[in-house]
Design a protein around this ligand. Sequence first.
Ligand SMILES: [Zn+2]
Length: 286
Amino acid sequence: MKIFFVGAGTPTPTQKRFGTCYVVQIDEAYLMFDCGPAATHKMVKMGLFPTQIDYLFFSHHHFDHNADYPCFLLCRWDQSIGRENILQVFGPPPTTWITERLIGSDGAFSHDWRARVGHPGSQDIFVGRGGRLPRPEPHVDVKDIEAGAVIEDAGWKLITARAAHIEPWMPTLAYRLEASGKRIVFSSDTGFCKSVIELARGANYLLVHCWGQQETMKRAESRMITGTVDAAKLAAEAKVETLVLSHIGHDLDRTGSREKGLMDIARFYKGEIIWADELMTLDLQS
Ligand SMILES: [Zn+2]
């Protein structure tokens, strides 16, 4: 089992990170969590390919978590030859609405796929790749879900809970993945909150999105995303084995600031701490 940190950043692009996307490999299954800027290209740089991904779960619909969704959908469809599984997409509303408006029959990208389905040159390329005509139109199974939803397939189970991020403008979900005897929790963007602590209770890994030095964050800010101390307290309260810091803000990510942040975290949380870099792979030994 592996976690690919395809995107470990925020809405602020830096040379090191931009936006959020994780892929979890469980044997032959690949589960994707969020689809932030350039996720499709970054995953290919890591040795993954869009057609391998059969599940995509959105935490919420800020652009740093979904901006590459049209690219991923179109690329996965374009590279498919008809033998792949149908992509299953889950997320809080308006996941279905967004999907329809991207690749539906009147979607923003329908002119792209109609041309690729209909033009003889595009058909030749499709057949050359191993496809059989007529070329199918893009189709994904998409479902809006709410906190409390449970999703399972062979070898894994996902449990969802509310994350305290940007309500009431958009609902946000945290995900707990149970597979191969491991419990991994993706908090997504959240302030310190009870529902995420309950979801993360006893997990092996808790991925927390950490924005900045706690003392530099204003009150409203720290209600929507954790700073260093709140991330540590989440992990300590939930008694997790390993705290993985991701979605790290640009100020916190600087040399010096990073070391101070880690020291502050270690005052409140005594387990293992991992500072996630973008394009990093974490091997989860069973
Ligand atoms: Zn974010």
